[in-house]
Design a protein around this ligand. Sequence first.
Ligand SMILES: [Fe+2]
Length: 289
Amino acid sequence: MELTIKPLHPLFVAEVAGLDIRDPLSPEIQDQIQNLIDQHGILIFRDQNISDDQQVVFSRYFGEIEIANSKHNITKQENRRLSNMFADISNLNKNNEFHEKESRQRIFNLGNRIWHSDSAFRPNPARYSLLSGREVPSKGGDTQYADMHTPYERLSPEMKELIEDLRCEHSLMYSRARLGMDYFTEQEKEDFKPVIQPLVRTHPATGRKSLFLASHAGRIVDWPITEAKLLLEELTEIATQREYVYTHKWKRYDLVMWDNRRTMHRGTRFEDTKQKRDMRRTTIAGDPA
Ligand SMILES: [Fe+2]
C-alpha cells in the first residue's frame, strides 16, 4: 500500500495516510516512516484504533521503549493505571476515575501544560514519543508543538555564539516549581536530581542544530540563576512564536509520533475533572544529547 503524505505546517508536521499500524511493517515501510519522521519531525496517523500491545509493537520498530518508573514520576507502582511500557497522559487514576481537583497527581500532571521536551530530565532524553488518543475531550485538550530548528537558525550570530557551549540543569522539580508545586519528599528530591543537557543540540540524522529547551531547564551551569532564567525565558519566547507552532486538535484514535530532539510541546486547557482524556504514550529512549 502506498503512503500518502500531507504536510500540515510550512516547517514541520505531516499527516500520513495509507497505513494500518496494527499490521506488521515491511522493511520498506519502516524505512519510509523513519525518513518521514527525520524530515518532518511530527507524523500524524488518523483512525488507529489500537490496543496497548499493538502500540508497543509499532513503537518498537523505532527503538527501545523507555520504561516508566517512580524515579521519573510521583506515581507509585501500585497506583499505576497502565503498564510500565506507557507514560499515562490521562486525567484518570488506576480506577479510571478523574483525579480529584486537589490531588497531588493532578497538580503534578498540570506540568504537562507548559512547554517541554519529553524526558529532558533523564540522562538519556527521549527520542520519539508516540501518543495515542483513546478518548478525547469534546473541547480543548489540544497538543501544541513548536519547531526548535528554525528559531535556532534565525538567531543572531552573537546569540548563537553566546549559547553555543552552554549547559543546562533539567529536573522535574524545576518545571513543577514554575507552577508553584514546591513540595517534594526526600525520596523524590533524590530521584529528581537535575541532569545536565546542552542548550544547543545537533540532530544526528539531518545535522541541523536546534535549541534544547524545556520548562524542566531551571539553571545554566556556572551562571547566576536569575540571568540563567532570563535567557531561558527569552529563548523560549523566541522559539514559541506563532509561526513556529502547530496545534493538534485531537480526534479519537489519532496517533501522533514526534521527535523530541527537534520539538517542544504542551497540552492545552480542558475540563479535566469532567471530561475524559485518555492518552497513552510510548516513548523511545534516546542517546545522551
Ligand atoms: Fe510531554
